[in-house]
Design a protein around this ligand. Structure first.
Ligand code: ADP
Ligand code: MG
Length: 352
């Protein structure tokens, strides 16, 4: 009950906005369910140009606002800084949900990964300067390890709050220039199982490139959760039974793989990998056996990176990308994996 009062008071004192308050800038994204713009405040010329992000969403925006409000109170550092969400209805456009965040930075992990400089471009962004130590596998591994730690840290925050993201991919991981860390964005497909909000419309397709084989996070025996906050008492049990958080772990594992193997960073490369893995019954070791004998230099280099320090990178990867959800590691357990024992990059910020 206290939580409700706190949330109410906090909400009361936070600034409120309406759509006329914003000047739209560059379009940052457009999906089937909304458009995202960089915006600035119309009546505050002092505010930095385009230091906010606004998403105009269809009816599913209601769920996204709910998720962002929850994250804001429970695990704020995991995701982009959410400021406000509101509904505007007009006879012409019907119901539109508007969501406002702080502008976190110019690039997503996807932008960074598609650059020839990866992972050194990330090292520069995290440490704040160009490092001049010799390039090589060890250094690349240390950068990738730091990215994975930040991603798993953010995921652990979400999962401990009871939220599964369901759309973890490099395009939904933004580099926050303020904290010099990666943060998760786009809670449009997320599920909050502790309060029974698990609404995915029929037409909503999970991204097949990053989706775990189970596709749907709850087994088909689970009655579809209502869209109102009820069933609180039941949900933790369902969570334990179905381990829906492991859906995100699979996606995060694929990102790990893409970081180690440049050929898998393109759409076609990833799609081809997914086909190969399926043919190997989702057994990464079997996949390795099938490709390693005829692997080119680049592929071999990826295995070499994961084999450093007695193969702990490969060990972590194979504990994330597994067919059965219950055999996959959790975000919390992954963070305690020996892969992370070694020192990562030093983040020059107050947060980490
Ligand atoms: P969708 O994928 O539904 O279009 P997203 O929420 O993923 O919407 O946002 C689209 C794009 O907008 C992201 O890929 C990112 O480039 C940018 N973006 C979203 N939120 C922020 C933010 N808080 N700061 C900076 N850029 C953002
Ligand atoms: Mg997105």
């Amino acid at each position: 009950f206290d939580m409700f009062i706190l949330a109410f008071v906090e909400r009361l004192f936070r600034p409120t906005y309406r759509k006329d308050d914003f000047v739209l800038g560059k379009k940052l994204g457009e999906g089937a369910f909304g458009v995202v713009y960089r915006v600035s405040l119309a009546k505050k010329p002092s505010s930095k140009e385009g230091d906010l992000v606004l998403k105009k969403a269809t009816e599913y925006g209601a769920v996204e606002i709910w998720m962002n409000e929850r994250v804001r109170r429970a695990c704020a550092n995991s995701c982009a800084d959410f400021l406000y969400g509101f509904l505007e209805t007009s006879p012409k456009k019907g119901a539109e949900y508007w969501l406002l965040w702080r502008f976190e930075g110019e690039v997503t992990l996807s932008d960074l990964m598609l650059s020839k400089e990866f992972p050194y471009n990330v090292e520069t962004m995290i440490t704040g300067k160009v490092q001049d130590s010799p390039k090589g596998l060890e250094r690349e591994n240390r950068i990738i390890q730091t990215i994975m730690r930040q991603l798993l840290f953010a995921l652990d925050g979400l999962h401990s709050t009871g939220i599964v993201h369901r759309d973890i991919k490099p395009q939904n991981i933004i580099f926050s220039e303020g904290s010099r860390t990666f943060k998760i964005i786009d809670l449009g497909a997320a599920a909050d199982l502790r309060v029974g909000i698990n609404y995915i419309p029929k037409e909503f397709l999970l991204d097949p490139r990053y989706a775990a084989p189970e596709q749907y996070i709850m087994s088909t025996q689970t009655p579809s959760a209502p869209s109102a906050p009820v069933a609180t008492a039941l949900s933790p049990v369902l969570w334990q039974m179905n381990l829906p958080d492991r859906f995100d772990i699979y996606s995060a594992g694929l990102i790990f793989l893409q970081m180690a193997f440049p050929a898998l960073r393109t759409d076609s490369g990833l799609i081809q990998f997914n086909r190969q893995l399926k043919r190997c019954d989702y057994d990464l070791d079997a996949w390795r056996k099938s490709v390693e004998p005829r692997a080119g230099l680049e592929l071999r280099r990826g295995f070499e990176l994961l084999d450093l320090d007695g193969g702990i990178g490969w060990e972590l990867l194979t504990s994330m990308v597994r067919y059965k959800a219950r055999q996959r590691t959790s975000a919390k357990a992954a963070l305690a994996h020996p892969y992370f024992d070694r020192e990562g990059l030093l983040v020059l910020s107050f947060m980490q």
